[in-house]
Design a protein around this ligand. Sequence first.
Ligand code: HEM
Length: 412
Amino acid sequence: PPPDAALDAMRPVLPADLMDRASTFDPAPRLAALSAAGPIHKIEHNDEPLWLVTSQDAARALLSDPRMSADRYKVKRLRDKLDPEMRDKFAAAESRSGSFITTDPPEHTRYRRLLARQFTMRRMRALTEQIEQIVAAKIDAMIAAGPPADLIRDFALPVPSLVICELLGVPVADRGHFQDDTIELLDMATDLEGLIEVGTRMHRYMWGLVQVKRANREDDLLSELAHTSDMSDDEMVGLANLLLIAGHETTTNMLGLGVLALLDHPGQLAALREDPDGLMDTAVEEMLRYLSIVDTGIVRYALEEVRIGGVTIEEGDTVMCSVIAANRDPAECPAPDEFRIDRPRTRHLSLGHGVHQCLGNELARIEMSVAFRELLRRLPGLRLAVPAEEVHVRTTSTIFGVKHLPITWDVP
Ligand code: HEM
């Protein structure tokens, strides 16, 4: 069966005048105007009732409300809208098994408990060392080849892919294929057929990997789940795919756009280079907030009528949290349009909120700090290799990103 990830192609999308960014990093003028007018807005789009949430408080209230479901199939009207063949394919239990991002408690709670046991201090320490090695090896290769480089192709795509390989226990010999397929999976974000093809291949690979882990217990997450939990093969495959999908494109774009934001703010870049130990933690939080890459990706479905912020969300309505709008909420964050790497910690929505809050948040933060620290330390004079206008950011898919980032640096 095709992976649930293919469903992303059917997620609600906003009209372009709400998605496009005003400048590289700032929200669209129409979105900024909506945010200024109130916390929740009914958008008429594709004849579907869609509520857009633009304040931090309202988003948090809805994301911790058990009446808001992460599972679109619980809403009959949305189920009925799908083409029957697609519906049978996608709604099939085995194609969604283990992909707990679209489940609600108590089903969801069981998965989170099983996984929480896996993200131990010991495993995070081991992963940190592996991340340091992966990052060092990719920078070594860029330096050996000499400038210019494409930071996305040469660094931001492979690093998260290799980290997921470490987490899942993908054998070294398989990592080349694994990376090619994951990169293809990301590249196809809008082409459903291609997505299904590479997704099916990846599904088959994960299936084989689970069998290997069942046969030999090694020191990785899949082995541990295979030998210490009651997860079925289908569930483990779905889970492995979810970790891959959730952990790859997000981290790739945080690394790419994080560097782009620093290059766009030379004073901040200089300060971070000067004092990485003192500033890295707040810098990473500020990048998460400022870039808001999971722009329109947090979506819920009302299982009952919900009254909030002066509006009534009807049963079956779709609610989308605008991560960028909520992260620029002036009630939460003073001068929200400014990028300040020493900003005192403010609440942001970039890693979600409530029961679905990002499972990989700690891992993602480690990847970012190690990556930014080493890039700045080892690539003196890091800068764009093309005029800034030639860097194209992508605003039309669920994840805000950058596909190529040509960089150069000083060679001693
Ligand atoms: C959930 C963002 C990295 C695994 C989420 C959610 C957000 C998010 C916003 C909530 C989605 C929702 O509520 O519908 C990010 C960002 C990342 C990142 C911005 C990079 C900086 C990772 C990594 C992993 C990961 C590295 C794993 C290795 C997950 C999983 C969920 C999730 C499994 C679902 C949790 C659940 O449903 O309980 N992430 N993520 N993420 N993330 Fe991340």
